[in-house]
Write a protein that binds this ligand. Structure first.
Ligand code: ADP
Length: 356
């Protein structure tokens, strides 16, 4: 399928539900519109379509000449499953129905000319994501995660999914990064600082910015009056605007430079006395297995926040070998070691920078 009048289609995804993906999608769409772009917002979060509430939309879309006209609010065009379902009704659909919804949202809805169509996906890596990626060429996905390790671990799966489906990941946004008290304004890093940004670095994926946990965001969303529109000069609205700017920079980079990602062409078989990688630019990297084991960048071997190495080298056998090496999408290698350690994901750039 092709939408010739829509220049960029940008899905917003998360691993887990409740991380603020819809809040980010709506405010991001509004920030892009405020910057002068023509923006559509497709709420494909079929299991919990919250965009109509977030934008305070009560009108239903109208049809004209057999096509559905999106509802316009705050300068953006919106379509949502929520428009077509009775309130409090649950969607229990199998893959083909979800695929049909995606097809209709793309082809029956009359989006007109758009610079950006932001798609709010359901959480996880299911049928909707698959249908969307397989139906139309997507510009690139944005991943939303909260800083907790469990959330990030699941978000990582979403990154790998997009990668497998050949959809570039434009960047990662950390939501609820820290709590700002509504009374005294004090900021508290409840889940530690910089976890998502460091994780994004490890995966060599752009970090687009972070948004604090503040009452103003949830209150304005509950009232259907999203912050970027309701209070554009507030600190959090400015953060959404800055993130939209960073997203535009990433789009521009891709447009001018293309996708020049470094990738391995050949990897030596696991179990050898050397690990060698031949890269797609002709360079090669070689490692003594134990040295690469000691360089493991996982959270068990490096303190996520301080970056300090916590692995005690004396615990690693001198003859440790890789027992399995596999690619993690277009970003990294996962190495399972003979000492039982198997959480190491080594980014391609990381491997290149640390090769002998
Ligand atoms: P998701 O789409 O990931 O399920 P939502 O965007 O629906 O998540 O957000 C879940 C809840 O968290 C909503 O009540 C929303 O208002 C609130 N929320 C999201 N982000 C923030 C934030 N940064 N600060 C305060 N509340 C937030």
């Amino acid at each position: 399928m092709n939408l010739p009048n829509v220049k960029n289609i940008i899905p917003v995804a998360s691993g887990k539900g409740g991380v603020g993906k819809s809040t980010v999608s709506a405010n991001l769409a509004l920030a892009l519109a405020k910057a002068g772009a023509k923006v559509g917002l497709m709420d494909a979060d079929v299991y919990g379509p919250s965009i109509p509430t977030l934008l305070g939309i009560t009108a239903k879309p109208e049809s004209k000449d057999g096509r559905v006209l999106p509802v316009e609010k705050y300068g953006i065009k919106v379509i949502s499953m929520g428009f077509f379902m009775p309130p409090n009704e649950a969607v229990i659909w199998r893959g083909p129905m979800l695929n049909k919804m995606i097809q209709d949202f793309l082809s029956v809805v009359d989006w007109g000319e758009l610079d950006y169509l932001v798609v709010d996906l359901p959480p996880g890596t299911g049928d909707v994501q698959l249908s969307l990626c397989q139906s139309i060429s997507l510009t690139g996905a944005v991943i939303v995660s909260t800083p907790q390790e469990v959330a990030w671990n699941v978000a990582q799966k979403a990154i790998v999914m997009f990668d497998k489906l050949n959809t570039p990941v434009l960047g990662i946004i950390e939501n609820m990064s820290h709590y700002i008290c509504g009374h005294c304004g004090e900021s508290e890093e409840i889940f530690g600082k910089g976890g998502t940004e460091n994780a994004a670095k490890r995966l060599e994926t752009p970090f687009l910015g972070s948004i604090p946990l503040v009452k103003a965001i949830s209150a304005s969303s509950d009232q259907g009056d999203p912050l970027v529109y309701a209070d554009p000069d507030s600190p959090s609205a400015r953060q959404f605007t800055e993130i939209a700017g960073n997203l535009l920079k990433q789009l521009e980079l891709r447009r001018t430079q293309g996708d020049k990602k470094i990738a391995p062409l050949e990897i030596s078989p696991a179990g050898g006395s050397e690990i060698s990688i031949l890269w797609n630019d002709g360079k090669s990297s070689r490692f003594v297995p134990r040295e690469l084991r000691l360089l493991c960048p996982c959270a068990g071997c490096v303190n996520e926040i301080s970056g300090q190495r916590t692995l005690n080298p004396q615990t690693v056998p001198t003859d440790v070998k890789a027992s399995a090496i596999s690619k993690v999408g277009r970003y990294a290698l996962h190495i399972q070691w003979s000492d039982g350690h198997n959480t190491g994901i080594y980014g391609f750039e990381y491997l290149r920078n640390h090769a002998a």
